[in-house]
Design a protein around this ligand. Structure first.
Ligand code: FES
Ligand code: FES
Length: 165
């Protein structure tokens, strides 16, 4: 039997009727058409489906939609502050060539966002540890690690500039 849930995704509220066995990944992609979040392995191993729920990084393929009713969900579509500009993490991924096929990119960026929200100046080792749940078949990881280091720098400069205003 379907259950009534309310998802708050990137600040927008959605009332939905969903079967209790459907995953957050399915509901985001199929019901809300937020296809930036990818489905890779479907078993918690690749990180392609990573989203942020109430400030915690989760695998949306392993999360039931009914279990996150009323919680604050952020997906890659909500990473940038406005629809026009890219988030510094997204900019740096492009600038540093951290994207090839792009299948892992949304999950990588959400893991990077989670990491930088908790550690604004991570070491290379901390960046690699922060990405340990995300697999990429294309880039060899070095460009992704460089991009996250560059994004961290940009974000620190932005917050410094904001503080000086
Ligand atoms: S699709 Fe969720 S971890 Fe791979
Ligand atoms: S860019 Fe292809 S899987 Fe990462």
């Amino acid at each position: 039997m379907k259950q009534q849930i309310e998802l708050i995704v990137n600040g927008d509220r959605y009332s939905l009727l969903v079967e209790p066995w459907r995953t957050l990944n399915e509901v985001l992609r199929d019901d809300l058409n937020l296809t930036g979040t990818k489905l890779g392995c479907g078993s918690g191993d690749c990180g392609a489906c990573t989203v942020i729920v109430d400030g915690r990084s989760v695998s949306s393929c392993l999360t039931l939609a009914v279990s996150v009713s009323g919680k604050d969900i952020r997906t890659v579509e909500g990473l940038a502050a406005s629809g026009e500009e890219l988030h510094p993490i997204q900019e740096s991924f492009i600038e540093d060539g951290a994207i090839q096929c792009g299948f892992c990119t949304a999950g990588m960026e959400m893991s990077a966002y989670y990491l930088l929200s908790h550690n604004p100046a991570p070491s290379e080792g901390e960046i690699r540890a922060g990405l340990s749940g995300n697999l990429c078949r294309c880039t060899g990881y070095n460009q992704i690690v460089d991009a996250i280091g560059a994004a961290a720098k940009k974000m620190r400069n932005q917050s410094k500039a904001g503080g000086e205003r």
